[in-house]
Design a protein around this ligand. Structure first.
Ligand code: KG4
Ligand code: ZN
Length: 330
């Protein structure tokens, strides 16, 4: 069978990234240009600045990618691009670049849902064994997805308010910890102990989550306790997050009787969650896939993997795709 090479593009938020993926699971090369240092001083991503920086960075990313992989457009069979969900202005830069290259080089264009990308990042480390449960934990989503086969996504649970990554970032802001809060709260949590009592949110029989009450509880405790220890508060917060996410996910794994659990999205980089999921899956004899940290946060390699399976499932676009800002994992 002929090898398939996909040029993938991701610009949904504040990372400009391009990647070349062979046959859906071999990474030939990836370049990620992060804008984090620019957005840091504003305490979060500023959409207008993000779009402008994508314009400045996108050609640099392509140049570096082709230089480091020693490939050119003759080697590419398809172009995959994130079309949502994300910041509209940012998405449009990637889509415009993809459309232009597709037109000039006459290569078919595959629109990819960013969340499908997060799930398919796991292809870089192993085959999927269906049925499976995929947990997406990112800055914008907290979803439990049941998959019976490739590109079939049944959402069985989701957050009713804030996403878990967003909660990490907001909790960090409450404690004056710099942006992005997730990795720093994670790090500080290991320097403290979970001694503060925080409510376990939506500890019920559904697969849904709720994090805004937990965030408010952290805020109230922080603002009313002058001698509070930040490390202990981070540790107490992370302890609750790990408990509720692992509890509901593992219940889904058992009730749906699946063969595999996939974890993905930026918060899959969290060391507390990684450790606990490994422990629980070992105990329950469930195969676990979690991408290395560089494939958890936004990158184009995951879009290339998803694009390969989109092609296999006939999800095509002939230059008619446009960006969308919010969506479910359809
Ligand atoms: O997937 P991602 O890069 O972008 C979205 O699609 O949203 O996820 C970014 C989110 C941010 O909220 C960031 O704080 C969080 O992932 N994050 C973490 C960690 N690393 C990144 N949250 C908790 N612990 C971490 N180690
Ligand atoms: Zn993402």
């Amino acid at each position: 069978m002929k090898d398939i090479y996909i040029l993938a593009i991701e610009t949904s938020c504040d990372e400009t990234s391009a990647s070349i993926i062979k046959n859906g699971n071999i990474e030939i090369g990836t370049v990620v240009l992060s804008q984090m240092d620019t957005h840091k001083k504003y305490g979060g991503v500023v959409p207008e600045i993000a779009s402008r920086m994508h314009i400045e960075n996108i050609t640099l990313v392509f140049e570096e990618l082709f230089e480091k992989t020693n490939l050119n457009m003759d080697n590419i069979d398809y172009i995959g691009v994130t079309n949502g969900p994300g910041l509209i202005g940012s998405l449009l830069i990637g889509i415009q670049a993809a459309k232009t290259i597709s037109f000039i080089y006459n290569k078919p264009l595959i629109p990819i849902n960013h969340l499908h990308g997060h799930i398919y990042a796991n292809r870089l480390i192993g085959d999927f064994k269906f049925p499976l449960i995929a947990l997406i934990i990112s800055g914008g989503h907290t979803d439990i997805i049941y998959m019976e086969k490739d590109f079939s996504f049944k959402k069985i649970g989701s957050t009713k308010d804030d996403a878990v990554g967003e909660t990490y970032d907001k909790v960090a802001r409450i404690m004056d910890i710099s942006y992005p809060g997730g990795p720093l709260v994670d790090k500080l949590s290991y320097e403290g102990k979970p001694i503060y009592k925080l409510p376990i949110p939506l500890d019920d029989n559904s697969y849904d989550f709720s994090f805004s009450g937990l965030k408010t509880a952290v805020r109230n405790l922080y603002n009313t306790s002058p001698n509070i220890n930040k490390e202990d508060l981070c540790s107490s917060f992370q302890d609750v997050v790990v408990k509720i996410i692992t509890k509901k996910t593992m219940r889904a794994v058992k009730e749906y009787n699946v063969k595999q659990l996939l974890i993905s999205g930026g918060v899959a980089a969290n060391s507390g969650l990684r450790t606990k999921f490994k422990e629980l899956c070992e105990e329950n004899n469930i195969e676990l896939l979690i991408p290395p940290i560089k494939y958890c946060t936004d990158n184009a390699a995951m879009i290339g993997c998803a694009a390969y399976y989109a092609i296999k499932n006939d999800i095509f676009s002939e230059n008619e795709l446009s960006a969308f800002s919010t969506t479910d994992v359809k």
